[in-house]
Write a new protein. Structure first.
Length: 325
């Protein structure tokens, strides 16, 4: 009997135990911000209450980067798209769990750690000195600590549509992603990973072949920063046959709608810590406004833009006054 281990079989089980769908449900739109921070190779610290929990969360996030987990098993792993990207060029760049005694690995000037899981409260107290992005597993909140990174990780309307697509999928929305989707596949961990792979493929194609408008859907500032990153430069230095079939456009590109307005406000209210009940009340008001706009022909786009500006001003001003009071 042939007992030789098939290398492809070994690679196929690399993702067993990692749960990216759970990360989508827990972090919501903030997961895409974490993901984009890693694409820029910025330091991300994941804080939780147990070493097992943070390790699983860290590796589940890593599994969203195409071919990255496979590369940790077999360094020669690559595909026709040029994956994996050189996010973690050295295994020392990734630490699913770091003890307090190893904190110097983060604080050292030549530290190469990019994604790290920790549990000791002292890490949280010193987060401003340790990372660019701090992820609190217990609350699901993500703090973008580096001021230069904040505008780069601002999510566009197309990005929020992508996040909405992911959430609908894992919550069992009956709307299929494509005519070929199946109940067992749609919303699964593998399905989530495939959506992120398509996002990265579209992003890379846009960086290389896209126009200004396409770049704006990914956030132009983010695209510029990505093109300047070492991981992109390594990728762009070679020709990848698979990229010839990828369209240089955001997978959720589209015209601004009332749905985008509701998503944007919902996200802003969530980031400000507003309760779920309060957020739902505002969304219901917006739905009523949408019905009024639907009855107005020829002026919907300008009306949406006007309402979005007014709502943004109201929300920003309202919270500013609350903070100062």
């Amino acid at each position: 009997m042939n007992c030789a281990i098939n290398p492809q079989m070994a690679l196929s089980v690399c993702h067993v135990g990692y749960c990216p769908a759970d990360q989508v449900e827990h972090y919501q739109h903030r997961l895409l911000q974490i993901f984009k921070a890693l694409l820029l190779r910025r330091k991300v610290l994941v804080y939780g209450s147990s070493s097992g929990g943070v390790s699983k969360s860290v590796m589940s996030i890593v599994s969203l980067l195409p071919q990255c987990v496979e590369c940790l098993v077999d360094l020669s792993t690559s595909d026709s798209y040029g994956f994996p990207l050189q996010i973690f060029p050295l295994q020392s760049s990734l630490q699913p769990y770091l003890s307090l005694q190893q904190m110097d690995l983060l604080t050292a000037k030549d530290s190469r750690l990019l994604l790290t899981g920790v549990v000791n409260p002292l890490f949280e107290k010193q987060k401003d000195k340790l990372c660019d992005v701090f992820v609190n597993m217990e609350t699901g909140m993500v703090d973008i600590l580096s001021h230069d990174l904040q505008p780069l990780l601002s999510l566009t309307s197309a990005d929020l549509r992508f996040c909405s697509l992911l959430s609908s999928g894992i919550q069992g929305d009956s709307s299929p992603v494509s005519p070929h989707s199946t109940a067992g596949w749609y919303g699964s961990h593998d399905w989530v990973r495939m959506q992120f792979k398509m996002y990265v493929l579209s992003l890379l194609a846009t960086c290389r072949y896209g126009d200004t408008v396409s770049m704006e859907h990914f956030n132009s500032a983010f695209v510029v920063a990505l093109v300047r990153s070492s991981s992109y430069k390594v990728w762009a230095a070679s020709t990848h046959e698979g990229m010839e079939k990828v369209t240089p456009t955001h997978p959720c590109e589209g015209h601004l709608s009332m749905g985008d307005l509701k998503r944007k406000l919902y996200v802003q209210m969530s980031d400000y810590g507003l309760s779920l009940q309060s957020r739902d009340q505002v969304v219901r008001v917006l739905q009523s406004t949408q019905q009024v706009l639907a009855n107005t022909t020829g002026k919907v786009s300008s009306a949406v833009s006007g309402i979005w500006s007014a709502a943004s001003s109201w929300w920003t001003g309202g919270n500013s006054s609350q903070d100062s009071s």
